[in-house]
Design a protein around this ligand. Structure first.
Ligand code: GAL
Length: 374
C-alpha cells in the first residue's frame, strides 16, 4: 500500500512538475493563477531578466475578436510560468476615440527604447464598425512595461513617400490598370510593379498584420502586410520608435504574405510568414536576406512532417530570440478559434536550422533544454 501510494505520488508529481516546466503546443496554457492565458497574436519583450508577453485580449462569442478590453500583458522569468499583469493598453469608452471599445486591435508588439527610456507598443488598428477597411497601424507609449500605455497616433504609413528602390517608370499609372481582372497575369504584374503603392501614395499605404523588429544596432523596423495583403512592407522607424523615417521597401510583391515574424541568426535575417486565409491555417513561408533591405530570398515552407501544410494548425505571430553564446529561437503562433476566440491556444516550437534554412517540427511537449543543449 505504502509503495503504491508513493508510486502514485511520484507519478502525479512528475506529471505536474514536467507540465509546468515545458511547452505543450496547442493545449490550454494557464497562468500562475490557473486562468487560461489570454494574449493572442502576441509578442515578447525581454527587459532586466523578465519576459513580457503582450497580446490581444479576446472574449467569448461572436464579438470576441473585437477589442472589448485592450492589450493584455503577462510576465515571466522562465517562459513557462506567467503572471497576469492585466490590461496594459485599455480601449476607451469615448466613442470618438480611435481605440473605442469594439474597435479591432491586433498583433501588438512592444520594444523598449533605450534613448527615451519608454516602452513603445505598435499594433494593427481597425476602426469600430468599419471591418478591416481602415488598415492602419498605431503606436502607444508607457514608462513601464506593465503600462498604462497611451495611444500616440495611428498611421497609414509612408504617405507621399515612394519605396527606396522603386523605379521611376512605376510612379505613373497606366491606362486601364484599374480595370484589370483580379488574379490574371496582367493584374499580378501590375501589383508587382506597384499599382497599389501608386493607388495609396497620397492616402498612405495599407497596414494590417504586423511585427516590430529591433536590430542589434537598436534601429527598429515595422514589417506589415500592405497592398490588400498582397505585399509586405518593411519600414524603418525613427530613433524614438514613434514614427517612420522615409526609408522603406516592398518584399515578395504580390506574394500574399501575412503574419510576419523577423529574426536574425549569425548576421542573416530571416522571416517566417503565413499565407492569407483569414483565421484558417495555411502553409507557412520563410525567407532570408543578408540585409534588412533585401533582397529577400524565398526558402519555402519551414514546417516538416504531419500537418506541415497547415503550420500544425496555427499561424505565426512572433519569433522570440533567446540571447546566448549562440542565439536560439522560439517560433510563436496562434491556433485561432473564431467561434469562441477566447479559447484560441498557442503553438510554440523550437526553430531548428538546416543549411541556413529555418525548420519547424512538431513536438507534443518540449522544454528549453532542447535548444540550450544544442
Ligand atoms: C488573419 C490575420 C489575423 C486577423 C484575421 C481576421 O489572416 O492574420 O491577424 O486579422 O485574419 O480575419
Amino acid at each position: 500500500m505504502k509503495l503504491m501510494l508513493s508510486i502514485v505520488f511520484s507519478l502525479l508529481y512528475s506529471s505536474v512538475f514536467s507540465q509546468s516546466n515545458s511547452f505543450i503546443p496547442g493545449k490550454k496554457w494557464e497562468d500562475i493563477d490557473g486562468v487560461a492565458i489570454n494574449a493572442h497574436g502576441g509578442g515578447i519583450t525581454f527587459v532586466n531578466g523578465v519576459y513580457y508577453w503582450y497580446g490581444e485580449h479576446k472574449t467569448s462569442g461572436r464579438r470576441g475578436n473585437t477589442s472589448l478590453e485592450g492589450v493584455s500583458c503577462y510576465s515571466s522569468k522562465d517562459l513557462y510560468h506567467w503572471k497576469n499583469e492585466g490590461i496594459v493598453l485599455q480601449v476607451e469608452n469615448d466613442s470618438s476615440s480611435e481605440i473605442t471599445k469594439g474597435c479591432i486591435i491586433e498583433r501588438p508588439k512592444v520594444a523598449f527604447n533605450q534613448k527615451t527610456n519608454k516602452y513603445v507598443m505598435w499594433f494593427h488598428l481597425e476602426l469600430k464598425g468599419q471591418g478591416y477597411d481602415a488598415a492602419k497601424v498605431a503606436v502607444a507609449v508607457s514608462d513601464s512595461p506593465i503600462g498604462p500605455f497611451k495611444l500616440v497616433q495611428s498611421f497609414r504609413p509612408n504617405k507621399g513617400v515612394w519605396p527606396m528602390d522603386f523605379e521611376d517608370k512605376n510612379k505613373k499609372s497606366f491606362v486601364g490598370e484599374n480595370n484589370l481582372r483580379s488574379w490574371t497575369d496582367e493584374w499580378l504584374l501590375a501589383i508587382k510593379n506597384g499599382m497599389l503603392v501608386r493607388r495609396d501614395f497620397h492616402k498612405g499605404q495599407m497596414a494590417r498584420d504586423m511585427t516590430l523588429y529591433v536590430d542589434d544596432d537598436s534601429k527598429a523596423y515595422l514589417v506589415f502586410a500592405s497592398e490588400e495583403n498582397l505585399t509586405l512592407h518593411i519600414s524603418e522607424l525613427t530613433d524614438d520608435y514613434l514614427n517612420f523615417t522615409e526609408r522603406w521597401i516592398r518584399v515578395a510583391a504580390a506574394g500574399h504574405n501575412e503574419a510576419p515574424t523577423v529574426f536574425k541568426k549569425e548576421g542573416i535575417y530571416y522571416m517566417i510568414t503565413s499565407g492569407c486565409t483569414g483565421w484558417d491555417p495555411n502553409a507557412a513561408r520563410s525567407f532570408k536576406s543578408k540585409s534588412i533591405w533585401g533582397p529577400w530570398e524565398s526558402l519555402g515552407n519551414p514546417c516538416l512532417g504531419k500537418d506541415a501544410e497547415l503550420t500544425f494548425h496555427s499561424q505565426s505571430t512572433y519569433v522570440l530570440t533567446l540571447k546566448g553564446n549562440k542565439d536560439q529561437f522560439v517560433f510563436m503562433a496562434d491556433r485561432w478559434n473564431p467561434k469562441n476566440p477566447i479559447e484560441g491556444t498557442y503553438v510554440w516550437l523550437p526553430i531548428q536550422f538546416e543549411n541556413e534554412k529555418p525548420i519547424l517540427k512538431w513536438f507534443d511537449k518540449w522544454n528549453l533544454d532542447f535548444l540550450l543543449n544544442k
